[in-house]
Ligand binder design. Sequence first.
Ligand SMILES: Nc1ncnc2c1ncn2[C@@H]1O[C@H](COP(=O)(O)OP(=O)(O)OP(=O)(O)O)[C@@H](O)[C@H]1O
Ligand SMILES: [Mg+2]
Length: 224
Amino acid sequence: MRLIIKALEHMKVLTVANRKGGAGKSTCAAHLASEAVRSGLKTILIDMDPQKTLEMWWGKRDEENPYLIDTNANDLPKSIETLREKSFDLCIIDTPGDASQNAISGIKVADLVIIPSKPTAPDLSAIGRTISMVEESNKAFVFIITQGIVRAKATLQAASVLSQFGTVAPAVVSNRTAYATAMGLGSSACLLDKQAEGEIQQVWDFVKARLFEEQKSNKKKLTT
Ligand SMILES: Nc1ncnc2c1ncn2[C@@H]1O[C@H](COP(=O)(O)OP(=O)(O)OP(=O)(O)O)[C@@H](O)[C@H]1O
Ligand SMILES: [Mg+2]
């Protein structure tokens, strides 16, 4: 008899990291969380940054999903195991803009690391330090260009520079006031700006495929 066993629906962990401050980590984490919820995923946030930007955004929301838990660098692996048993689909971890234990512990539990980067020379020339930090934990990563000026040469050049080191998301998170406004309101720029909605949806579709496609291909056929 042939049994087709569906792979266990494991929760995926998405960690947002960049050792450079102000790269757009918390803004990406919040907006991807909003899209994940819109796609029907039961999502939980962990804010490993003592600045608590993501937690402040979450605190302004009325909806239950995304959920949020507090933990620390030591307890994070255990917290993730507990969440896996609680039927969450996705955990999004925001990390501080440094190489502290809080940042490293967030990377260590990730299925995929997102590295947001501004398309500027100082940010691009510092990116190697973040890549090394992620590679030390042997984690898959992708880049997202953030705060890009629409149609500016620097934005296109940044994609070409970053693509030498890894995959770059197919859409740029552009510099739009809607993102900063949404962060202050606990909302999403997608509800305030059609163009932001378009680019965030493209970035989310790309991230979602990276995170969950492997799970589909892991379906196992067993014979008895
Ligand atoms: N796409 C964007 N358009 C306009 N402003 C943005 C965008 N992304 C981020 N910002 C603004 O840039 C600043 C830094 O963004 P954010 O807090 O997301 O970066 P971060 O990498 O989390 O910073 P930190 O390292 O301090 O945690 C914030 O004021 C935010 O509102
Ligand atoms: Mg932040």
